[in-house]
Design a protein around this ligand. Structure first.
Ligand SMILES: [Zn+2]
Length: 260
């Protein structure tokens, strides 16, 4: 069942105490104003220096707890966000990721430890968001063993089951009007400019009734494996995203070699 009109989920990535504070503060009001219940992808123990953008915010963890209490879904966003593995992901979009290709026993330990850290902060992570879309069959097994039954990733237009995990697809990185399907819009607030936040806010204002939550998705969608047509759609969309990204990388490389 592809829902019509389209439904949208909002997801904020790379949340940790050293988030770019000013940018994050631009996003918060619209969550409250429109009563949104986003996915908050929280890094348990951030060691990625690219995500140290402000002094550690003492209010970060209390805010995450308050937002979860208001209906947001807490996601385990990897472990330390150190993307040093070259293993092939089930969604091969990046060369280096944190989890794909890492021995299963290590992945299992990272997931267990990450969940322990978030629980220690009073949060209850129920869904996994892999840094840079990097995960493999070992990741899915480790998630199952640790009782995290949900993954936010993939390119189908409906949630589905695969590898014993429920996948809630995440397909777009800015608001895009769709006629049908469930679409997760992933926002990296650290690198989102004011104009992009304005664009997102206007989109939410015009489509507020179409924004849903993980809880509602799980209650409203029949969960099963994907049918043939949707599997083809998924493969075609993944290919298109890969082509777009390769083209963008080539452009960046050629513009930097022009400068040299
Ligand atoms: Zn990330």
């Amino acid at each position: 069942m592809i829902p019509r009109p389209a439904q949208y989920l909002l997801r904020f990535d790379d949340l940790c105490p050293t988030i770019e504070h000013e940018h994050w503060l631009r996003c918060l009001p619209m969550i409250e104003e429109f009563g949104l219940k986003p996915i908050l992808a929280v890094i348990p123990d951030n060691q990625d220096t690219e995500l140290i953008l402000s002094p550690p915010d003492p209010m970060f963890w209390p805010l995450m707890r308050a937002m979860e209490a208001e209906g947001a879904t807490i996601a385990l966003h990897g472990y330390r966000h150190l993307c040093a593995s070259r293993g092939e992901s089930l969604l091969p979009l990046h060369h280096y990721t944190e989890f794909a290709g890492v021995p299963e026993v290590t992945q299992h330990r990272w997931i267990r430890e990450g969940r322990r850290i978030l629980r220690g902060q009073g949060l209850n992570p129920t869904i996994f968001v892999a840094p840079r879309h990097g995960f493999d069959h070992a990741t899915l097994r480790a998630l199952r063993k640790e009782g995290i039954p949900l993954l936010s990733d993939g390119f189908a237009r409906v949630p589905f089951e695969r590898g014993g995990i429920t996948w809630i697809p995440q397909q777009i990185w800015r608001p895009v009007e769709k006629s049908s399907g469930l679409w997760t819009i992933c926002i990296h607030s650290n690198f989102t400019r004011a104009a992009q936040v304005d664009e997102l806010r206007a989109f939410i204002r015009d489509h507020a009734a179409q924004f849903t939550s993980v809880d509602r998705v799980l209650a409203e969608y029949p969960l099963a494996g994907l049918g043939t047509i949707e599997r083809l759609y998924e493969a075609w969309t993944l290919w298109r995203v890969q082509v777009r990204r390769a083209r963008r990388r080539r452009k960046v490389r050629s513009s930097s070699s022009d400068k040299n």
